[in-house]
Design a protein around this ligand. Structure first.
Ligand code: UDP
Length: 297
C-alpha cells in the first residue's frame, strides 16, 4: 500500500504538515512552496494556499497588546559574563522580538547600558557624575547597535534612534518619525536614555512608553515576575500575578526606580515584569497568556 506523503514547513505556529504533491521530484521536497513556484516547477496551488492561510492566520492573531515598549537592561545582555555582550543572549532576544513583529505587534525598545558603564559606578573611579552618565548613555547606543544588527540577522526589520543628534550613527528620536517607522513595520530601538544625566533607562522606558502611547511596558528580566520577598533568599516567597501600583509602592517592592514608577502610575501605563530569558515568553505575553506580574492602577 502506498503510504501518504507529507513534508513539514517550520513557521511561528510550529511545524506545518503539508501534503506532498504526487510525482514531485525528490529535490522538490526540500524547498518551500514559494521557492518551488519561483523555480517554475510544479507548484501545487493547494499547498501554496494552505501555506499562505497559515501565515495570514498567524499574522491576524488577536494580540493582547498592539503597541508595546520593551525595556531590556544592559546587564541582562552580559549573560554569564562579567561585562560586555553575550551574543547568545542577544540572539535569543532578537529571535523573540522578530516573533512578535511577525505577529503584527508594534515594538519600541529601550535598552540599558549597565553591562558597559554606569554613571554612579564611575564616581568611584573618579569620574564626575555628569560625565559618567553621558558615558552610560553612550553605552546604550553600543547595545542598541548590537541589538539592531541581531534583529536584522534574525530576519526582522529594526531601526535605532537616539535621544540626541548623533548622525551618521542614527537619526534622532521624534514622535513623528516613530509613527512613520512603525507604519513601515520597523521595530524601534530608542537609545541614549532620556538624553539627560541623573536619569536611568527605566525612566527613559517610562517616558518613551507614554510618548508613543504604548499599551504596556514589558520589563524583560531574568526573573519571572515580582515576588513577596527575594525568592533566592526566601524559599516561601510567592509570585504576584498582578498587583496595583499603590500596593507595590506601600510594600516597597522594587519594580523600577521611583521616577519611572511614578511616571507610569500617573499616566496609567501598566508594567509587566516577565522572564525574557525563556524562549517564547515574549510571544506568550503578546498572545495574552498568563506570564509574569502585571502592575496596574
Ligand atoms: N543614564 C543617564 N540618563 C538616562 C539614562 C541612562 O544618565 O536617561 C546613564 C546612567 O549613568 C546609567 C547608565 O546610563 O547608569 C546606564 O543606564 P542604566 O543604568 O539604566 O542601564 P541598565 O541598568 O538598564 O543596564
Amino acid at each position: 500500500m502506498k503510504s501518504p506523503r507529507f513534508f513539514f514547513v517550520r513557521c511561528q505556529a510550529g511545524l506545518l504538515r503539508l501534503p506532498q504533491a504526487s510525482g514531485s521530484a525528490q529535490d522538490d521536497r526540500r524547498c518551500c512552496p514559494i521557492e518551488r513556484s519561483r523555480n517554475k516547477t510544479t507548484a501545487p496551488s493547494d499547498i501554496f494556499s494552505i501555506f499562505t492561510i497559515a501565515i495570514q492566520k498567524e499574522k491576524g492573531m488577536p494580540l493582547k497588546y498592539k503597541r508595546v515598549l520593551l525595556k531590556l537592561s544592559g546587564e541582562a545582555l552580559m549573560g554569564d559574563k562579567k561585562s560586555g555582550i553575550d551574543e547568545s543572549v542577544l540572539e535569543l532576544y532578537a529571535r523573540q522580538i522578530k516573533e512578535i513583529q511577525d505577529m503584527g505587534a508594534q515594538v519600541g525598545i529601550v535598552i540599558g547600558g549597565g553591562n558597559i558603564f554606569r554613571g554612579l559606578s564611575g564616581l568611584k573611579s573618579g569620574f564626575d557624575r555628569v560625565t559618567g552618565d553621558y558615558m552610560g548613555m553612550l553605552a546604550t547606543v553600543i547595545n542598541g547597535l548590537a541589538l539592531q544588527t541581531f534583529i536584522s540577522q534574525a530576519g526582522g526589520k529594526a531601526r535605532m534612534l537616539t535621544a540626541i543628534e548623533m548622525l551618521p550613527v542614527a537619526e534622532r528620536y521624534t514622535k513623528t518619525l516613530t509613527e512613520s517607522l512603525f507604519e513601515e513595520g520597523y521595530v524601534l530601538i530608542f537609545t541614549f536614555g532620556t538624553g539627560n544625566p541623573f536619569f536611568t533607562t527605566d525612566t527613559a522606558a517610562a517616558l518613551r512608553g507614554v510618548e508613543i502611547e504604548a499599551s504596556v511596558i514589558l520589563k524583560g528580566t531574568r526573573v519571572d515576575g515580582v515576588y513577596t520577598a527575594d525568592p533566592e533568599k526566601d524559599p516561601g516567597a510567592v509570585r504576584y500575578s498582578d498587583i496595583t501600583f499603590e500596593e507595590a509602592y506601600n510594600k516597597g517592592l522594587k519594580i523600577m526606580d521611583l521616577t519611572a514608577f511614578t511616571m507610569c502610575r500617573e499616566n496609567n501605563l501598566p508594567i509587566l515584569v516577565f522572564d525574557m530569558n525563556k524562549a517564547g515568553n515574549l510571544r506568550k505575553v503578546l498572545a495574552g497568556e498568563a506570564v509574569g506580574t502585571l502592575i496596574h492602577n
